[in-house]
Design a protein around this ligand. Sequence first.
Ligand code: AHG
Length: 336
Amino acid sequence: MMINRKILTLDEFTIRQLRQFPKATGELSSLLRDIGLAAKRINVEVNKAGLVDILGDAGSINVQGEDVKKLDIYANTQFTGVLQHGISCAGIGSEELDEIVVFDDEVSNNSKYVVLFDPLDGSSNIDVNISIGTIFGVYRRLSELGKPCTTEDFLQPGVRQVAAGYVVYGSSTMLVYATRRGVNGFTLDPAIGEFCLSHPDMKCPEDGKIYSVNHGNFFQYEEGVRNYINGCQKKDKNNGGPYTQRYIGSMVADVHRNLIKGGIFMYPGTIDKPGGKLRLMYECNPFAFMIEVAGGKATDGKRRILDIQPTELHQRTPFFAGSKNMMEEMETFYTK
Ligand code: AHG
C-alpha cells in the first residue's frame, strides 16, 4: 500500500520543528498536542449540538455579563482539563472564569508556560449553525519554576506570547497556530481523528477587498472610523474600491477568512462602550500575534495591540486587524 508521507500531522509537524532547536524541552509541542486534543473533543460536541441537550443557555451569566451557553462550559472544562493533566502548563486564564486557575501540583509548578484562552468564541451563533471557535495565547511564566504561577505571569503584553492560535469549527475544523517562526494551519481529518498540515506558512495578503465590521453600530463609532467605512464603500482609483462587506459576528471565522483572502476586521469602540467589546487577553492578543507573524497589522486604532500592558485579566480594547496596506489606509483616517 502506498502511504502519502507528504501529509504531516500536528504532532509530526511540531516534533520536526522541535528538532531544529537542540536545547528545546518539547514542552511547547506537548502543550499544542494537549490543545489539539481538547479541540477534537469540543469538535465532537459542536457537531452534535443540534441533536442533544447540550444546545442552549446554561442559565448563568459569565464574568463579562453575557449569557453562558452549555457548550461554553463544556469547552472551558475540556481546555482546563487537558492543560491541567499535561506537563507544560502551570495555570490558565479563561474568558469564562473570574480568576486565573493556578494548578499548584509538583508537575505543574515545574511547567514553564501559562495559557490564556476563550474556550468558545462566537457562542451566540451556536444555535444557528454558524462557525464558532476557540482562541488561545501561550506565555512563558515570569515567576520562579518550582513554585505556583502568579497573576503577574498572565498580565504580560501580547508581544511576549510564545505561541498563539485558534480553532475554527466550520465547514471543516481547522487548528491554526503561530510561533515567531510562522503561521501554520491544520485541518482535522475526521477519518483518522488527526489535524493534518493543510495550510503551511500562511501569509496575510498585503492588500485585500473585504472589510468586516458591525454596521449596526455605525453611528456609535467615532468620526475617523465612520469616514473610513464610508471610504470602503466608494470607488477609488487608489484602493480599487468599493470593498466587499463581510461580517459573520464570529471573530474566529471573520479573521480566519481575512487572513487567507486579505481584508480588515474592525471592532471599534462606541459611544456607550469606548473600550469596544473584545477582550485584549483572550481574543485580541492571540489574533494580533498571528496576524503580525503572517505579515499583517493589528492596532486599537492608535497603538499596536501587542504593546498594550494589561492591567486586568478581562479588559477590553477596540480592535483593528488585517492586511498591511488596508490597515495603513485605515490609520490615515484616524489621524486626519
Ligand atoms: P459571543 O461569544 O458572545 O457570541 O461574542 C462574539 C464576539 C466576536 O466573536 C464577534 O466578532 C463579536 O463578538 C460580535 O459582536 P457584535 O454582535 O456586537 O457585532
